[in-house]
Write a protein that binds this ligand. Structure first.
Ligand code: PRX
Length: 652
């Protein structure tokens, strides 16, 4: 991205917007200033946006000090998330639609009111209780994008159980690891999912997973989505609908401390197995709901659609918790952007008169490839605001989104955040922030970004380095499930006293932030986050593989693709067949999202004399930047690199 050019391409705040928006430029500046200079007073006021059973008297009690990281917000308050997302709205909104569900098949959709949501959630909460789930227990949810996913989340919240959602695209192995990690007695799944007309064998996967971790899950609750044939384990498996029909619709929300965990969500890091990111009850909900209101400039009556999957944090915070806490109508979409045609997103926008639309750059880029016609066939007149999340949005995709999808009328909020942050940290506020395509712009209230160099020195003015956050915000993760030491090591040891995001970033002369991507061994494929180490360990688990190194490379649609260098056992022969077998193997081990785009058989990997793989070189080769390999003087065997270059799979 041409720095100077993009820096000057400013889209000013549209006049009509500034009048109506929750914040204009002056209000943003003054609220931001007070949020960082007097965080206690600021959050004492905004903490009241949710209902408390026992109001808090303490606000912020946080420390990023090395070895003593502790994060508490509103710590003596008590509340319940389901009560905030449902019950408190009933007086005014019982008949208002809470969830619009749009099926994979365009002929299928449902409208679920707040009253119905209350009924469904209470019933399912009682079902969970009848299967022995108590406050503090974990429940694993492995569901497609159907309303039952939201019911199950909120039912857990209602009784104080901690949900752990596993994305429906993950393999039995990945599911098993996550069940084992948090020891869930109950698993909620479906017979099959439905995406783009294709069936996803969730129950089959769940059965396989439970064979790998026998004895943990006592009850599998199965939603009938397709009616496809499945195996059944008597005494363990029960139908969701049967259970709900038997259950009472009366279930009081359990009083939870603000700091009690609401959910955990496994996410990939640069090393080791995925970690369980733990989010809190009070601070998380305050932050999710406040960001949802301000960043999307949400007003009563708006129809809001986030296209994420509930298996990712975006689905947690911006399909379910943030919008429902605000009494919004949130759209939940089971399908994919190009089924039955590449007009689908925009047809859904027209069908349900969506005002606010939030998606990922990878979806925009893939739809861009189909041209303007599929968009222009639709009206999209209801759209007022567009959002982007998950990876940097290149200015070309930004422009297409703005010009073609939004007809040049709709501001774009490019929202930067992470599973760990619980909610959006850097984003424009529509009505307040002039936009620059490709920049996530400015920090949200209470968020203190800093750019540091490799030594940790804080850079000032226009600069480029690594992004850290200097102090806590209410939505921040509290710990790694069962491993606080790992939490401190992962996020607070690189730059002691600061939260390290793992992202690189540039700040321009206007103080705008431009996220440049991960600086660690995490890659972002179609907005899905993956540790290269996870893919490597899946590859080396194959009997013919002796060693593997995985790096990302720029990919036009996916943002990044997966490039795997594989060294075979001495008795194995490289072949096209084996390449296919290894791709299928990774799909099976982790899931389709982890399937390598490229496998290069490598007789050796470039290593330092101490045996460390020089990933920098592997990245350059994967990027086809072989003229710029940098310093190779520490290589144990330079000939290895020549071979890799010669046999590389050029992406150009
Ligand atoms: O690299 C950043 C990228 O996605 C990472 C977080 O991934 P995950 O935890 O899966 O959460 C994704 C949804 C919040 C970040 O470290 N990322 C996310 N949003 C943006 C982004 N990169 C650039 N611009 C964004 N708007």
């Amino acid at each position: 991205m041409g720095t100077e050019k993009s820096d000057t391409l400013i889209h000013d705040v549209p006049a009509g917007w500034a009048r109506r928006a929750h914040a204009d430029a002056a209000k943003y500046s003054s609220m931001y200033a007070s949020s960082v200079s007097t965080p206690d007073a600021f959050w004492a006021e905004h903490g009241k946006r949710i209902d408390w059973i026992k109001p808090f008297t303490k606000v912020k009690n946080t420390s990023f000090a090395p070895g003593k990281v502790s994060i508490k917000w509103f710590e003596d308050g008590t509340t319940n998330v389901a009560m905030n997302c449902i019950d408190r709205h009933l007086a005014r909104r019982a008949g208002q639609v809470a969830i619009i569900w749009e099926g994979d098949d365009p002929a299928e959709s449902r409208h679920i009111t707040y009253a119905e949501l209350h009924d469904q959630v209470c019933r399912f909460a009682n079902v969970l209780k009848s299967h022995g789930v108590k406050k503090g227990d974990t429940v694993t949810i492995y569901l497609p994008m159907i309303p039952e996913a939201a019911y199950a989340m909120l039912a857990c919240a209602r009784i104080g159980a901690v949900h752990s959602i596993v994305f429906g695209g993950f393999s039995p192995d990945a599911l098993a690891g996550r069940i084992e990690g948090c020891q869930s007695k109950v698993l909620v799944t479906a017979d099959e999912g439905l995406r783009g007309g294709r069936k996803v064998p969730l129950k089959v996967n769940a059965d396989d997973a439970l064979k790998k971790v026998a004895g943990i899950v006592k009850t599998m609750i199965v939603v009938k989505r397709t009616g496809g044939g499945i195996d059944w384990v008597d005494g363990r498996d029960v139908w969701y609908a049967d259970e709900v029909a038997k259950a009472s619709a009366d279930c009081a929300p359990v009083e939870m401390n603000a700091e009690d965990p609401l959910f955990l969500l496994y996410t990939s890091g640069s090393t080791g197995a995925p970690k369980g990111v733990v989010h809190s009850t009070g601070g998380y909900l305050v932050f999710a709901s406040m960001t949802h209101q301000y960043v999307f400039d949400y007003h009563d009556g708006d129809i809001y659609w986030c296209t994420a999957d509930v298996g990712w944090v975006t689905g947690h915070s911006y399909i379910v918790y943030g919008p429902l806490a605000n009494g919004a109508t949130t759209l939940m979409f089971e399908g994919i952007p190009n089924y039955p045609s590449t007009s689908r997103f925009w047809q859904v926008v027209d069908k349900h008169k969506v005002n606010i639309f939030y998606t990922a750059p990878t979806a925009i880029r893939s739809l861009m490839g189909a041209g303007e016609e599929p968009v222009k066939q639709t009206s999209r007149a209801s759209l007022r605001l567009l959002g982007s999340v998950g990876e940097p949005i290149n200015p070309e995709a930004w422009d297409w989104y703005h010009r073609v999808v939004g007809d040049g009328r709709c501001p774009i909020v490019d929202t930067w955040w992470q599973t760990e942050t619980g909610g959006i940290l850097i984003s424009p506020l529509p009505g307040a922030t002039a936009l620059k395509p490709g920049s996530a712009t400015l920090p949200f209230f209470g968020v203190m970004p800093e750019v540091v160099d490799a030594s940790g020195a804080v850079l000032t003015g226009a600069c480029e380095g690594n992004l850290v956050i200097a102090d806590s915000w209410p939505g921040q993760m509290r710990t790694v499930y069962g491993d606080h030491e790992r939490f401190m090591q992962t996020y607070f040891a690189t730059y002691p006293g600061k939260y390290f995001t793992g992202d690189g970033c540039r700040r321009d002369a206007d103080g705008y932030y431009w996220i440049t991507g991960r600086v660690d061994d995490v890659i972002n494929v179609s907005g899905h986050r993956m540790g290269t180490a996870e893919v490597e360990s899946a590859l080396v688990a194959h009997q013919k593989v002796s060693e593997a190194a995985v790096v990302g490379f720029p990919h036009d649609i996916k943002g990044q693709g997966i490039y795997a260098y594989v060294t075979l056992m001495s008795d194995a022969e490289p072949s096209g067949e084996l390449r296919k077998e290894l791709v299928a193997w990774v799909r099976k081990e982790i899931g389709p999202i982890a399937a390598p785009d490229v496998i290069q058989f490598a007789p050796g990997l470039p290593k330092t004399r101490s045996g460390k793989i020089m990933r920098r070189i592997l990245r350059k080769i994967a990027e086809d930047e072989v003229g710029a390999l940098g310093d190779t003087s520490t290589l144990a065997d330079p000939a290895v690199v020549d071979d890799l270059i010669k046999n590389r799979h050029s992406q150009k």
